[in-house]
Write a protein that binds this ligand. Structure first.
Ligand SMILES: [Zn+2]
Length: 286
């Protein structure tokens, strides 16, 4: 196999999931149009979710070029070994990407600076295929950094991007309420039911089910939660905007306000690095 065939394979896998996602979206749209009671609101929400792709795609073009360059430079300078481009090498790349995604995603929930980006994905009160393409403008930057360890394990840039694409492509079909619970599949693989929990704002659903393709890492690291009652989607705080600029940058004003009110530079730094909702009183044990 050559790097080019691997890139083509990644694109083909992406297209298969896009087709599945498009089919589910048609069912969702039919439901909205023929029996939905808030048609205008739901369609406007879909439009604002789709609008997040505008800054994302523009930034992604630069990021992809930068990431390829950075990964090649690091590999050339520091990594004399390489994982061969064979079927087992590719399988390993997919597993490594799924593991990396778990931690990338979990840290994006636990570090407020990164949450300013990932919160965009969580800020819709709706849950449908279009929610799945709702991204923070700079989410890709953290993803690029989070995958650097894979370069040091000996994966080529093409193998790393293949892994990233497969993990993201897989998640296209799970953002839906059209598909219910799936039995044993839900205990091992990421599924619509598991991911609905991830978008829930109830305490027991918060910060659960970080997995990309599988939920094996959630089961291992204690963050798995099965779906019980239907989640209330969206942020914990009262946020329900359909203004694109407010949606793209929703968490920045709050973080900025807290940092400006901080009494020391250290406190301002901790506002950025600690989990969302952190207050200085938490460190003083109050
Ligand atoms: Zn998340």
């Amino acid at each position: 196999m050559t790097p080019d065939t691997l890139t083509t394979l990644g694109t083909q896998i992406d297209e298969v999931f896009l087709l599945i996602g498009a089919a589910i979206l048609l069912i969702e749209l039919a439901e909205v149009l023929f029996k939905g009671s808030h048609k205008g609101r739901t369609l406007a929400e879909m439009a604002v979710s789709a609008s997040t792709q505008i800054p994302s795609i523009l930034i992604e073009i630069f990021l992809l070029t930068a990431a390829y360059g950075l990964y090649y430079i690091l590999a050339d300078a520091f990594v004399p070994w390489e994982i061969p481009l064979t079927w087992w090498g590719i399988a390993l790349a997919a597993i490594a990407a799924d593991f990396t995604y778990y931690w990338e995603h979990r840290i994006a929930h636990e570090v407020r600076l990164l949450w300013t980006q990932h919160a965009v994905h969580h800020s819709s009160r709706d849950y449908n295929i279009i929610t799945g393409i709702r991204f923070g403008p700079l989410e890709g930057v953290w993803s690029l950094i989070a995958h650097i360890p894979l370069v040091f394990l000996g994966f080529s840039p093409e193998m790393i991007f293949f892994g990233i694409i497969v993990v993201l492509a897989y998640q296209t079909w799970i953002h839906t309420e059209v598909i219910g619970k799936m039995g044993w599949f839900d205990t091992v693989m990421n599924s619509p039911s598991n991911h609905r929990v991830h978008h829930g704002s109830e305490d027991k659903y918060l910060d659960k089910n970080y997995g990309g393709i599988t939920v094996v890492w959630d089961q291992l690291f204690g963050t798995y939660q099965a779906e019980e009652e239907t989640p209330r989607y969206g942020l914990k705080r009262d946020f329900d905007s359909r203004n694109p600029l407010v949606v793209w940058f929703s968490e920045i004003p709050g973080l900025w306000r807290d940092m400006r009110q901080a009494r020391t530079w250290g406190e301002a730094w901790r506002y950025m690095m600690r989990p969302p909702g952190w207050r200085p009183s938490a460190d003083r044990g109050e």
